[in-house]
Design a binder for this molecule. Structure first.
Ligand code: GLV
Length: 318
């Protein structure tokens, strides 16, 4: 039996399965051990199951010379120093596919909530500020038939495009290179440059990974390129946008609304963004439906069991 460190309790039966194979240590806080907690607890571990809030860098890896796998219970792996793991021969795995639909559903939930001022309306009713039905108040952005620009036509971007068809949206996308024709056809989405996508989309959704080419992608300059009154949705990573610039754009009307599920320094949220009534802000719950989270847990556990048994895991990160 090898020592497996799990950053925090996992949903569903996955941990019980892992305990049949290995000695399992689980962090007590449901939000995870974080980098410092990993440093304190990882010594002697052959495997670690991490979450997006756990930074895995050289300092963590230095404490765990026996480590063979970092199983990140997420699709994004921007919290893991992949190059450092590669140098040490440590396998990194993630949990794609299983969370695609949940995240696309949630992207649409945010999109509709932002366009139609759902959270703002909820706050108004709860605060007792609703004065009755009005034909002129709380008017929002029309989602049906809107032009939708998707940044990143990966699995989640494609699932968002598929949902957009039900709303008769005109879908375009951008990324480093155009996708295969078959992918474009299936998504019914046309490739355009980022300049065109920003200038012409009424709604822009970020569905891209965070890496050197997407860090701060939506900067003050990029926001100025967008159509006045556009809507920005981010279920990707907080580091893809300049949140202060977004807050200014929300205040000035350059953006009509925004829906954010992710932030650069979670759980902190820029106070300027918190002050915007027209921002719908959720606590990184894009993949948080029960079957999805249980599926992610199960995939992470299977990856650990496979790698420690000398088998190839299902989802190694290259
Ligand atoms: C969550 O943000 C994930 O990357 O799965």
């Amino acid at each position: 039996m090898a020592k497996v460190l799990v950053s925090a309790v996992l949903p569903g039966p996955a941990l019980d399965r892992l305990r049949l194979h290995h000695e399992v240590e689980v962090g007590a806080d449901p939000t995870g051990l974080g980098r410092e907690g990993l440093i304190a607890r990882i010594e002697g571990a052959s495997a670690v199951i991490t979450r997006v809030s756990d930074r895995v860098d050289e300092a963590v890896l230095d404490r765990a010379p026996a480590l063979r796998i970092v199983a990140n219970c997420a699709v994004g792996v921007d919290n893991v120093d992949l190059a450092a793991c590669r140098r040490r021969g440590i396998v990194v795995t993630n949990t794609p596919d299983v969370l695609t639909d949940a995240t696309a559903d949630f992207t649409f939930a945010l999109l509709l909530a932002a366009c139609r001022r759902v959270a703002e309306g909820d706050r108004l009713v709860r605060a007792g500020g609703w004065r009755g039905f009005s034909l002129t108040e709380m008017l929002g952005v029309r989602a049906t038939g809107a032009s939708l620009g998707i940044v990143g036509l990966g699995r989640i971007g494609r699932a968002v495009a598929q949902r957009a068809r039900g709303f008769s949206m005109r879908v375009r996308y951008t990324q480093r290179r155009p996708a295969d024709e078959a992918v474009e056809r299936a998504a019914d989405a046309a490739y355009v440059s980022l300049d065109v996508l920003l200038a012409e989309s009424e709604i822009v959704c970020l569905c891209c990974p965070l890496n050197d080419s997407t860090r701060n992608l939506i900067s003050r300059e990029r926001l100025a390129q967008m159509r006045r009154g556009a809507v920005l949705i981010n279920t990707a990573r907080g580091g893809c946008v300049d949140s202060l610039a977004v807050a200014e754009a929300l205040q000035s009307g350059q953006l009509a609304a925004a829906g954010f599920d992710v932030y650069p320094h979670e759980p902190a949220v820029d106070p300027a963004l918190l002050a915007c009534e027209n921002a719908v802000l959720t606590p990184h719950i894009g993949s948080a439906d029960r079957p999805t989270r249980e599926g992610m847990a199960s995939l992470s556990v299977e990856s650990v069991i496979d790698v420690l048994a000398g088998r190839a895991p299902r989802h190694p990160v290259p």
